[in-house]
Ligand binder design. Structure first.
Ligand SMILES: [Zn+2]
Length: 368
């Protein structure tokens, strides 16, 4: 089969590789649609985020497969509970099941979880092997494009739960990118009160308005003043920080955490959705002084991270029409050879006028 291979930071090719061989309790999925995540684009470009050191060490040893955890496809080699022909997506992270943490029922503390597209080859390929326990069936009425886009929505549902948004809570969402727009829609359906969203481009601000924001603020304006004016001088109960990160990837650096700390109410909560460099500066004194809780969506496996249940709920919301994931897809590409271009578009959205990740159609979804 053909797959994306990484030969060095920023150097990708699409080439012939061996077909995946499923292990016990694994299935093989024919990939129908895949989209890169911004974090994957940053890692492939060599930015020092998340698992950069691990990827650097692997590349030093030679070419490697990397990326492809937001996808949908059709089971071709069946496994427990999943007959051939089932339309599916998958949870990207699975606890190892055998380490000390896993044996103590703490899968979220597993130091070496399997991660699709990272510790094992992902869906930047025609076929991908996945543990059956990670597979999520996709109900009828959902397109491959929608199913490939539910992983970030599951993350947004999870972030909303972490923040313990109470009925009527005012919610400020910094950034109107993919996570910002998804958090806006989830807040709208999750009992939030006033929803305020900031964004830099007019197109994204328009999207935030369509997604259900009550107030949309140009990020270039005085956001703090706008938030204080809209909340009776108190500040937002909950802030989702989705804008920060590498400026090279079109993100807002680390100043947005400082902004969040100034816009949240005393005793409020900030959820750090954005992926920051390890040594990002943080206004800890201000957070301490104002008794603000800084929360992080759980990553890793099991426990409290977004698992099969969050994926199923994300699919349910899309099927009901409660959440629109199609509005985020502005660039649709065809075929394996388009993968490098999809990475370029997703990693440089502003330059390409993209609203969300570029999706690539690879194989069939509607089975005859
Ligand atoms: Zn483990």
């Amino acid at each position: 089969m053909r797959a994306l291979v990484l030969h060095g930071f920023g150097k990708t090719t699409v080439e012939e590789v061996p077909d995946p061989v499923p292990g016990p309790d694994e299935v093989v999925i024919d990939v129908a649609c895949v989209q890169p995540s911004v974090t994957e684009c940053m890692l492939i470009a060599g930015d020092p985020v998340a698992m950069h050191e691990v990827l650097a060490a692997r590349l030093a040893a030679g070419p490697t497969r990397f990326g492809g955890h937001e996808f949908a496809g059709v089971i071709s080699t069946p496994g427990p509970g999943f007959p051939a022909g089932t339309r599916v997506t998958a949870v990207e992270t699975a606890a190892c099941g055998t380490c000390a943490a896993c044996r103590r029922d703490r899968p979220d503390a597993c130091p070496s979880p399997g991660v699709l597209g990272f510790t094992r080859p992902g869906a930047f390929a025609e076929r991908v092997a996945v543990p059956a326990k990670s597979v999520v069936a996709v109900p009828d009425g959902i397109t491959a494009s929608q199913a490939a886009g539910v992983q970030p929505l599951a993350g947004a549902l999870h972030g909303h739960a972490i923040a313990e948004v109470r009925p009527g809570d005012s919610v400020l969402i910094l950034g109107a990118g993919v996570m910002g727009v998804l958090h806006t829609q989830v807040a709208r359906h999750g009992g939030a009160g006033q929803i305020i969203v900031t964004g830099r481009s007019p197109a994204k601000r328009r999207l935030a308005r369509q997604a259900g924001a009550d107030l949309v603020v140009d990020a270039a304006q005085d956001v703090q003043a706008a938030v204080l004016a809209a909340t009776g001088g108190i500040g937002a109960d909950v802030v989702f920080e989705t804008a920060g990160g590498m400026p090279g990837a079109g993100l807002a650096g680390t100043s947005t955490l400082d902004l969040a700390a100034r816009c949240v109410r005393r005793g409020g909560r900030i959820v750090m959705v954005a992926v920051l460099p390890r040594e990002a500066p943080a206004p800890l004194g201000l957070l301490r002084e104002r008794s603000v809780a800084l929360l992080h969506p759980r990553s890793g496996a099991g426990g409290y991270s977004p698992g099969g249940g969050a994926f199923e709920q994300a699919l349910r919301l899309v099927r009901r029409g409660d959440v629109d994931v199609d509005c985020l897809v502005s660039h649709r590409l065809e075929g394996m050879d388009a993968l490098p271009k999809a990475l370029d578009i997703t990693g440089n959205k502003a330059a390409h006028g993209a609203l969300g990740p570029a999706q690539v159609t690879i194989g069939a979804w509607d089975q005859a």
